[in-house]
Design a protein around this ligand. Structure first.
Ligand SMILES: NC(=O)c1ccc[n+]([C@@H]2O[C@H](COP(=O)([O-])OP(=O)(O)OC[C@H]3O[C@@H](n4cnc5c(N)ncnc54)[C@H](O)[C@@H]3O)[C@@H](O)[C@H]2O)c1
Ligand SMILES: [Zn+2]
Length: 483
């Protein structure tokens, strides 16, 4: 595969592939998830020429059609606003179109078995789907052309969204790290010291052929400190052609990502999250940060990882308490997506949640709009954490926060569901301290707290002004001895 581009961030997302691969259907879904315009090239050609594809073939032969197709493809791909473009099956035969794709698009090959494709399109009247033998022969001829233009391959909506964000989810991916970390310069492996003792050797072996220097950082949140960052800055020896690889939970990817954002004004980085929180949330979307004493995540940068490698097999060594932290984010994501993701096996949870977060962050890389939905339950969670002096596990705080958000949304059944799945115990903190923390929270703008609520599962609304008394009551219900 060409693999020149690593994500569709700021570029068109083009879907290439044979007739019957489902490009039009998948493209429309992906475009709505990414909040981008969708262009189905064949429909666009028909709209512009006023003729059907079959008529264009009949009038000008295949070459006449290809010329019209090339004109429209070039025009569409030269537009500034990043779109999702479903290319016709033969559009990539044009050298000019391939050139513009390489310059302006991230191209995903939609892979399909020729038998499946034939079942879908035979009898549809498509000019090149008249006879099965010729159809298969054409598929064989075209496949290498598709592979040459594609930056990635996918088969379903989630697969396209993951590829578009540069996120790779696969059991056993750690062992393929060498081929998954982009570039061929020197690497700096930043690893959580506890994770180093568990998965570090395998990671180093997997990167064996590369020039790698390893840097251990303190386990967990302690890594997100100015002193750790400064130590990293001083230890790094890569040039702009090198890259940082972060192996650990969200704490490690946050500090290593921030080191990558700042060192030499920015070097590429790859996140290899080893916690459930990391694989479904923290490793994805390009937010990086460290803490200041008493203030979490206050110094940071947006720096999209060149790649995120999620290997759900790494989660087998995760302590139960950390798994529960992750499960709270999985439930949050499932509520936002309108899909009971948490009922599926863990590797599927990772894939679905990683795809969801990838889409939201690609649609809003700098947190100016829809990304706010990812804060569902978090305004309450942060208030409880602050009131507890950060001694409260994040997952428990989020689970409680979800209860409050669902109650305020009038979704009693979903609140019961969260209770069943996460069974969060109310916390014994000072209610006034929690309220003060909530009011201080950056989302409490202009007096009335602004919250993420759900109209229904899968239908989030953000920036909702909720009367102070209601918010106070919902917060109080999360505090032990206050119900
Ligand atoms: N950047 C973002 O978008 C984003 C999103 C969510 C959370 N975060 C941040 O992520 C941090 C929390 O990250 P986290 O929940 O992933 O935990 P973590 O990185 O703090 O790690 C928690 C503990 O798990 C251990 N651990 C990690 N992987 C392990 C494994 N595979 N086996 C055994 N032990 C393992 C660590 O050593 C540590 O002790 C917070 O600082 C939070 O602010 C960032
Ligand atoms: Zn969270």
């Amino acid at each position: 595969m060409a693999s020149t581009h690593l994500s569709a961030l700021g570029r068109h997302l083009a879907l290439a592939g044979f007739m019957g691969s489902g490009k039009s259907r998948l493209g429309a879904d992906v475009a709505s998830r990414l909040e981008r315009p969708f262009v189905d090239l064949d429909r666009e050609i028909e709209a512009r020429t006023g003729s059907t594809i079959a008529e264009l073939f009949a009038e000008g032969g295949e070459s006449g059609f290809r010329k019209a197709e090339e004109d429209v493809a070039l025009d569409v791909l030269r537009r500034q606003e990043p779109a999702v473009v479903a290319l016709g099956g033969g559009a990539v035969l044009s050298e000019q179109t391939r050139g513009v794709l390489a310059a302006r698009a991230f191209t995903v090959l939609i892979d399909v078995e020729p038998e499946t494709a034939w079942q879908r399109v035979s009898g549809s009247g498509r000019p090149l789907a008249q006879e099965e033998g010729a159809f298969h022969a054409l598929h064989r001829d075209r496949q290498p052309v598709y592979e040459a233009v594609a930056d990635a391959q996918a088969r379903d909506v989630d697969g396209i969204l993951l590829a578009a964000a540069g996120v790779y989810v696969e059991l056993g991916a750690l062992d393929d790290l060498e081929s998954l970390v982009p570039g061929d310069g020197a690497l700096e492996l930043v690893v959580d010291e506890r994770v180093a003792g568990i998965h570090g050797v395998r990671a180093q072996v997997a990167l064996g052929a590369r020039d790698v220097a390893t840097h251990e950082v303190p386990a967990g949140e302690a890594a997100k400190a100015g002193a750790v960052l400064e130590r990293l800055w001083n230890a790094l020896r890569i040039g702009r052609d090198g890259a940082i690889v972060a192996l650990g939970g969200g704490s490690t990817t946050d500090v290593a990502g921030f080191a990558a954002a700042t060192y030499m004004r920015g070097v590429p980085w790859t996140a290899v999250p080893t916690t459930l929180v990391g694989q479904v949330d923290a490793g994805i979307g390009g937010k990086t940060a460290i803490d200041l004493p008493g203030a979490k995540n206050v110094v940071g940068a947006f720096h999209w990882p060149a790649r995120v490698v999620c290997d759900p097999a790494l989660l087998t060594t995760l302590p139960e308490a950390e798994r529960r932290n992750g499960l709270a984010e999985v439930v949050k994501t499932g509520l936002l997506a309108g899909d009971r993701v948490w009922e599926r096996p863990e590797p599927e949870q990772v894939r679905a949640c990683a795809a969801f977060k990838s889409a939201v962050c690609l649609a809003d890389p700098h947190d100016r709009g829809p990304r706010a939905q990812l804060n569902l339950g978090h305004t309450f969670a942060h208030a409880l954490e602050a009131a507890a002096g950060y001694a409260l596990p994040h997952g428990r705080a989020v689970a409680l926060g979800l209860l409050a958000a669902l109650r305020l949304s009038g979704l009693a059944d979903e609140a019961r569901l969260v209770d069943e799945v996460l069974s969060p115990e109310p916390v014994a903190v000072d209610a006034e301290a929690a309220w003060a923390a909530l009011a201080r929270d950056k989302k409490a703008e202009g007096g009335a707290p602004r919250l993420v609520l759900l109209d229904a599962p899968g239908k989030p609304r953000w920036g909702v002004a909720v009367p102070e008394a209601d918010v106070r009551k919902a917060l109080g219900e999360l505090i032990a001895g206050r119900q």
